[in-house]
Design a protein around this ligand. Structure first.
Ligand code: TRP
Length: 367
């Protein structure tokens, strides 16, 4: 297995998720209640690990309130990798969670120098419109910018006060462990993210309530630090944060899908021709070099990017299994598998893009 790196600022290489679970101290996602099997991401274990998730499962079972809190970096194009988190938000909303969604404009400013104005534009055009089109509802949903928590000063003060107070409960070495190369800005961003995750429990917001934070695995260092600080900040009496971790969607080539590499992603605003071109040209194939060899030896669906994407987009488990077998035995060729994916993606995107246009009229209800 090649070297791999998973940190909040860098994800690369061939990720060994079992090793990550051990290194980070996560728990593998165990059996889930039946409601979860209707969600592809949970059913297929795309959400694969957690911390303290069973208490959220209890809340769902008992129909008691809980919060789902997560955040996004508003930079670059919204692609199918981002849709994974959006789908979870929307699923939790259906399950009755109150949603808190942080648009991390301060983090992008501090970590990458992107202006607040640019972030606002990207957040709306790329993220919000796509969330709405994917099914996010305005009810029971607070979306905020880190730079502008609330018009209500009591709330805003409580959020920024928490960020500052948490600084009392961590050491310089802990920040170094999260951020490696540390700057004042990155320290601020890390404290602000901790405040994002913990503030729903403040009396000015929901009061004591369990919070689950669904994230990509690269975000776990933030969770570890936030959990530690929360424990030490005795004056606050925080409930331990729960969190879940999803797999990275592979990029078309190698590595994860990333908006900073334009041949690695399928954007939710890509047109049919672009999708076809990207998949045919860039999607890494698990097929053999010649048709004869492929027919004889079969392809490798486990490394084939087109097949991997179908595991996210083909809802029908039996159909997916059939594709797996047909590809592995050589009955299905690489080009044919790609054609199936292209058709599936383009059907989804056509529908989605219609909804995204319609969403423009809804925007005001969300902000
Ligand atoms: N750091 C996250 C990212 O890189 C964004 C983020 C900001 C976040 N605040 C959060 C994620 C709170 C989860 C919870 O995508």
């Amino acid at each position: 297995m090649a070297q791999f790196v998973v940190t909040p600022w860098d994800v690369k290489g061939d990720i060994d998720y079992d090793k990550l679970i051990k290194e980070f101290g996560l728990s593998p996602l165990g059996p889930l209640p039946d409601v979860f099997t209707e969600n592809l991401l949970f059913r297929r274990r795309k959400v694969f690990a957690h911390r303290d998730f069973p208490k959220i499962l209890m809340r769902i079972k008992d129909k008691k309130p809980f919060v789902m809190m997560t955040g996004l970096m508003p930079s670059g194009k919204f692609h199918i990798g981002h849709a994974i988190l959006a789908q979870q938000m929307i699923y939790y909303q259906k399950l009755g969670a109150k949603l808190y969604i942080a648009i991390a404009d301060i983090e992008v400013l501090l970590a990458r120098g992107q202006s607040l104005e640019e972030s606002r534009k990207v957040a709306v055009e790329e993220y919000l419109l796509n969330y709405i089109a994917l099914g996010l509802k305005p009810e029971n949903c607070e979306i905020y910018f880190q730079s502008e928590r609330s018009q209500d000063a009591t709330k805003a003060n409580a959020y920024y006060r928490l960020q500052n107070t948490l600084a009392n409960h961590a050491t310089f070495n802990e920040f170094k462990a999260v951020y490696g190369e540390i700057t004042p800005g990155k320290m601020m961003a890390s404290l602000l993210q901790a405040a994002d995750m913990l503030h729903p429990m403040l009396p000015e917001f929901e009061g004591p309530i369990p919070v689950v934070v669904p994230v990509g695995t690269d975000q776990d260092p933030h969770l570890r630090l936030a959990r530690d600080m929360a424990k030490r900040a005795k004056a606050y009496k925080f409930d331990t944060l729960a969190s879940t971790y999803h797999l990275f969607v592979p990029g078309l080539g190698s590595g994860k899908m990333s908006s900073s590499e334009k041949n690695s992603y399928i954007a939710l605003t890509d047109d049919p021709k672009t999708v076809k071109k990207k998949v045919n040209k860039y999607a890494f194939s698990g097929g053999k070099d010649t048709v004869e060899e492929h027919r004889e030896k079969g392809g490798d669906p486990d490394v084939d990017v087109a097949y991997q994407y179908l595991t996210f987009f083909e809802e029908d488990d039996d159909k997916l299994e059939q594709l797996y077998q047909d590809y592995k035995t050589g009955k299905l060729l690489s080009g044919e598998l790609k054609a199936i994916l292209i058709k599936k993606l383009n059907a989804f995107l056509a529908e989605h893009q219609k909804k995204r246009t319609a969403a423009k009229k809804q925007l005001k209800k969300y902000l």
